[in-house]
Design a protein around this ligand. Structure first.
Ligand code: IPM
Ligand code: MG
Length: 370
């Protein structure tokens, strides 16, 4: 198969982790007889510095032409001035919105060998296998109006939380579809005891779940869900929630896995074009030091193979290789080890180059992704 992959390394540790994901994609291409063509483009802070735009026009055009997009991270302290006109994050938000990538899949699985790296008691981590489906193109992140004004006695800033029934319906439907291929439980998380938009969310979610005879829908309020995610994480299967709650809950959920550096994500729209990025940020404190964990980016590449290119076997092989590398003791700094970013990528590639594993090599269920 041939595919055009756009790489958006971005800022901070983004280029380092994307480089490892690219190496892994190349090993997969060689092993399975595929051919990828890459083009690399600017986004985020580096794009602001070089072009004066967080999402340059040519980057967006290249993304629209691509079969899939792999992004590193955006942001950094040099662009953090709250009164700056342009922010690196605007580039990422604009890309998600312009490509209408409304469904953000963030799988959270705990590798048994990493349970000790989590501050959560290990007996709570057994069997944790959660797929968070975060709505990505609406809600508080994009609601209008938004403004800041000077009042006679101070300053006021306004953001708007808005959802239409259509926006809710499509993301809940995606969550239900994914749940029917898993344990069949969808937990819809909202704040329906306070917010009107959450009451609409509940009504629509109930409607949509009615279309799926093999899916059970439960509703939970965000505050108690945040607590349950730490106290009883194994109870969750698929979580579906609005943009802002999903952002917060997925950072929280990463604590279960031992490190934010482990988590991949896929942002999907109505067609196959998807944006794949690790959940972690640009980690400016360790940028350029070769200390970043590339696993989130490598597993994002696996999701790219599965969701945009339909290459399920290839995706599983990458996930299994990551699983095995960790089983073998490969650990970057965030996991308490001392492997450099490149060495972690190499550990995964070395396993990929091994002959295809025997059936009992790994647990039957797929690791980390869907
Ligand atoms: C994420 C990030 C982004 C978000 C930032 C960088 C805008 O935190 O992907 O979770 O808030 O969506
Ligand atoms: Mg976030």
């Amino acid at each position: 198969m041939k595919a055009r992959i756009v790489l958006l390394p971005g800022d901070g540790i983004g280029p380092e982790v994307v480089a490892e994901a690219r190496v892994v994609l190349n090993v997969v291409a060689a092993a399975f007889g595929h051919e990828w063509s890459y083009s690399e483009h600017l986004i985020g802070g580096c794009a602001i510095d070089r072009t004066g735009q967080a999402l340059p026009t040519e980057t967006l055009a290249a993304c629209r032409q691509a079969d899939a997009i792999l992004l590193g991270a955006v942001g950094g302290p040099q662009w953090d001035d709250p009164s700056a006109e342009l922010r690196p994050e605007d580039g990422l938000l604009a890309l998600r919105r312009k490509l209408d990538l409304f469904g953000n899949l963030r799988p959270v699985k705990v590798h048994p060998a990493l349970a000790a790296a989590s501050p959560v008691k290990n007996n709570r981590l057994a069997g944790v296998d959660i797929l968070v489906v975060r709505e990505l193109t609406s809600g508080l992140y994009f609601g209008q109006p938004r403004w800041r004004e000077t009042l006679s006695d101070g300053v006021r800033a306004v953001d708007t939380l808005s959802y239409t029934d259509a926006e809710i319906r499509r993301v809940v439907r995606l969550a239900c579809r994914l749940a029917s291929a898993r344990r069949g439980l969808v937990t819809s998380i909202d704040k329906a005891n306070v917010l009107e938009s959450s009451r609409l969310w509940r009504n629509v979610a109930d409607d949509v779940a009615g279309e799926f005879s093999d899916v059970t829908l439960e509703h939970q309020l965000i505050d108690s869900a945040a607590m349950r995610l730490i106290s009883d994480p194994a109870e969750f299967d698929v979580i579906v929630t609005q943009n802002m709650f999903g952002d917060i809950l997925t950072d929280e959920a990463s604590v279960l896995t031992g490190s934010l550096g482990m988590l991949p994500s896929a942002s999907l729209g109505a067609n196959n074009l998807g944006l794949y990025e690790p959940v972690h940020g640009s980690a400016p404190d360790i940028a350029g030091e070769g200390k970043a964990n590339p696993v989130g980016a490598i597993l994002s590449a696996a999701m790219l193979l599965r969701h945009s290119l339909g290459l399920v076997d290839e995706a599983e092989v990458v996930e299994r290789a990551v699983y095995q590398a960790i089983e073998d003791g490969a650990r970057t700094h965030d996991l308490g080890g001392d492997l450099a970013t490149r060495a972690m990528g190499a550990a995964v590639c070395e396993i990929l180059d091994r002959p295809y594993p025997a059936a009992d090599w790994l647990p039957a269920r797929r690791f980390l992704c869907l």
